[in-house]
Design a protein around this ligand. Structure first.
Ligand code: GDP
Ligand code: MG
Length: 708
């Protein structure tokens, strides 16, 4: 049987070879002037074109044919260009021949001793959505200088195989053509994939708008990548202008570009085309920073201001201390600066409630407005300044270019927990509010990393949990309250890290590598900082006007009915309301954690928003403590005194832990559903976080019982 198999295999191989013989692979050589295209062409095709050392020698394309690995190759040596805009006849010629001749594969010849500049052309080839293999030429000189490059990693990031070559001697040429065959036969899927250069949120929005308009023409996409057309059109490329403005939606397209130019000009204080070039270099910088170590001697030459700042900011020893100092300053600034407006808002809310109480006739409507809406929404509104400030700082860091470096610094650590450097920014934002944090995961290209990040963000302790910490840590652990709060933050991070490990096993998505762009440092414009701050803060406001309002009313309703007028004290009335029934029904679930039915009810309402835990407790315990009007202990609130009487410190601790970890509030849940594209991961997150919270809170409770 095995003889037979062998015979069949040989036969199959023969047939494949025969089939190949008739097949022609058409290859175009594209690269900067003097990168060695003609030399490569000559050594491969055996031709003897004149090899020159100045640009412009190759005026038009030379074509040559030869065989390799059973295939016939047609090789076209195109003129050297730095870019694919329509500025020079060479550029236009190369672009025309790429779109019109449609070679099977493009060989991007790159002078490896000048990667940064050469890769600029590569980013444009990527925009054109071509199948590319990169010849890392002049590799002899590269080696001699002692530079180091992780070619495999760079290939992964760029979505194309990289083959080192020396076209003067022919070294690596065979491997180059073997690789071409592999790519042609699609045998190398992981390295050959289509990536998008990420131009940053703002520019990508411009590109997407135009691309959508261009795409309305069905025919165009067979000839051009619509993304390429959109980008080139935004760059005001004359040649592409005639193509795009010949489309049916002409007027709208022209108007859209005008709008986008204006928008970007105001936001970034620069022209759209310049911004696009910058973004491409940011991509190249990011890709090289991860893969390329130039020999020490090459470093001293031509350092830009960005290089100099980077030398400090990403320095091996300084990076982390600097970063944590910044974080500390931000959190400190958020709380101290945020305190003033917080007090004003607290005062305003109080006045407003008081004013309504005085001037409105007694009755159900008044109770609803004062105890339900004003108390509920007001308790959340108070944190708005804190959150806005945090976002202001984060936007400043983002727009100045520092955040990209922070992501870079954290990348190695984040990889160790199965995440990506880019996951770090959303996680930090999670300390403000989880909702915009989940939205911010959009910048993570790999779906796997994005999903995992989304699922661990709810463990980042958002400001919504702060009121409970302040209430309980202040009441039960007055001497070490801030330590307890810090401990809770750290616990959240630890659970997030462990969860990233664990959840990673359930996320079956493929993990595709991507570049972390490193834009140049820039002084942020006021307009863009405020816009970015506002965009993030809007989510929070939205949450308040929607979910928190509705939940406050529901909780008030459940606590008010039935039997509102049948009891003398609020406590009795609460106990015999719907909320009392529900709280008692779920009490057994939480009894092992030390919570009574009132605390359990707080947990329930916290599903709406974690701020509601405190407002619910406030209502639940409001009948509890007012027997002696003035307590001897000053600074304590009535609610704190009431809690101290009925709750043990161990239970308080486990309660804070549970609230920290359990169900991401409804708004976050909705955000996860939206961003992950379905219910599945949102439900997973809900179940997972509740289980995690129960287990961790139980352990903490038992441990605390031993000590406290
Ligand atoms: P083109 O402008 O891209 O066609 O580049 P050419 O093929 O004309 O080469 C430009 C110069 O680079 C010539 O002097 C070549 O001899 C030299 N060159 C080409 N490939 C290599 C290489 O791999 N290593 C080295 N050291 N020099 C090379
Ligand atoms: Mg040439």
């Amino acid at each position: 049987a095995s003889d037979c198999d062998d015979a069949r295999r040989v036969e199959g191989e023969m047939a494949r070879m025969a089939a190949r013989r008739n097949r022609v692979i058409r290859v175009a050589l594209v690269g900067n002037p003097n990168c060695g295209k003609t030399s490569l062409f000559n050594i491969a095709a055996g031709a003897h074109e004149h090899v020159g050392n100045y640009s412009g020698v190759t005026v038009d394309a030379k074509e040559g044919t030869f065989e390799h690995g059973g295939y016939k190759f047609t090789l076209v040596d195109l003129p050297g260009t730095y870019s694919l805009s329509a500025f020079s006849p060479e550029e236009l010629y190369v672009r025309k021949s790429l779109t019109e001749e449609m070679p099977d594969i493009v060989v991007n010849v790159v002078d490896s001793s000048n990667l940064e500049r050469n890769l600029y052309l590569t980013t444009q080839l990527i925009d054109m959505d071509l199948r590319i293999v990169m010849a890392l030429n002049m590799y002899d000189e590269f080696r001699k200088r002692g530079d180091e490059l992780d070619t495999e990693r760079l290939g992964q990031l760029l979505g194309m195989p990289l083959v080192p070559t020396v076209s003067r001697t022919g070294e690596g040429i065979d491997r180059l053509f073997d690789t071409l065959i592999h790519v042609y036969e699609r045998k190398q899927p992981p390295l050959c994939r289509h990536i998008h250069i990420n131009h940053g949120v703002e520019l990508e929005q411009s590109i997407a708008r135009l691309q959508a308009l261009i795409k309305q023409d069905q025919g165009i996409r067979y000839k051009y990548s619509t993304r390429f057309l959109a980008i080139k059109y935004l760059e005001r490329d004359k040649d592409i202008e005639t193509v795009v403005e010949g489309l049916p939606g002409r007027e709208e397209i022209i108007a859209t570009r005008f709008e986008e130019q204006k928008r970007i000009g105001e936001l970034l204080h620069m022209q759209l085309d310049a911004a696009l070039v910058d973004a491409k270099y940011a991509f190249i910088q990011g890709a090289l920073k991860e893969t390329y170590v130039p020999a020490a001697s090459g470093l001293a030459s031509r350092r830009t201001p960005t290089d100099r700042i980077d030398a400090v900011v990403t320095n091996k020893w300084l990076a982390f201390p600097l970063f944590f100092c910044l974080l500390y300053l931000i959190f400190q600034g958020t709380f101290t600066l945020g305190n003033y407006p917080m007090e004003w808002i607290e005062w305003l809310v109080g006045e407003f409630g008081g004013w309504i109480s005085t001037y409105m006739a007694d009755g159900m409507l008044k109770d609803l407005i004062v105890d339900g809406i004003i108390a509920g929404v007001g308790s959340v509104l108070v944190f708005l300044p804190n959150i806005m400030l945090l976002y202001l700082f984060i936007s400043l860091l983002e727009d100045s270019g520092y955040m990209a470096r922070a992501a870079f610094i954290m990348d190695k650590i984040m990889h160790r927990i199965g995440l990506h450097g880019k996951s770090f920014i959303p996680m930090i934002m999670g300390f403000g509010c989880n909702v915009p944090a989940v939205m911010a995961t959009r910048t993570i290209e790999s779906r796997r990393s994005r999903l995992i990040t989304m699922l661990v963000i709810p463990f980042m302790s958002c400001t919504g949990r702060m009121p409970l910490y302040i209430l309980m840590a202040g009441a039960f652990f007055p001497r070490c309250a801030s330590l307890v709060v810090l401990g809770l933050y750290v616990l959240g991070i630890v659970v997030a890290v462990l969860s990233a490990h664990l959840v990673g096993r359930f996320v079956k998505e493929e993990d595709l590598p991507f570049v972390m762009e490193l834009p140049p440092y820039r002084i942020p414009t006021m307009k863009s900082v405020f816009r970015h701050t506002w965009e993030k803060g809007k989510q929070y406001l939205h949450k308040m006007s929607g979910i928190i309002l509705v939940c406050s009313v529901i909780i008030w309703f459940l606590g008010y009915f039935p039997n509102h007028n049948d009891y003398d004290t609020v406590a009795e009335q609460q106990e015999n309301s719907y909320i009392g029934y529900i709280g008692k029904a779920i009490e057994p679930v939480f009894a092992p954690l030390g919570f009574d039915w009132k605390m359990s009810t707080g947990i329930l309402s916290g599903i709406g928003a974690k701020e509601l835990v405190v407002s619910t407790l406030g209502v639940m315990y409001s009948g509890e403590g007012e027997e002696g009007a003035a307590s001897a202990v000053t600074g304590d609130t009535p609610l704190q005194r009431a809690l101290l009487r009925t709750v043990t410190p161990a239970a308080a601790l486990s309660y804070m832990v549970f609230v920290l970890l359990y169900f991401p509030c409804i708004a976050t849940f909705a955000a996860i559903r939206q961003e992950s594209g379905g219910w599945r991961w949102a439900l997973f997150s809900a179940v997972y976080t509740v289980c995690a919270a129960w287990v961790v809170a139980y352990l903490i409770y038992r441990l605390a019982l031993l000590w406290l």
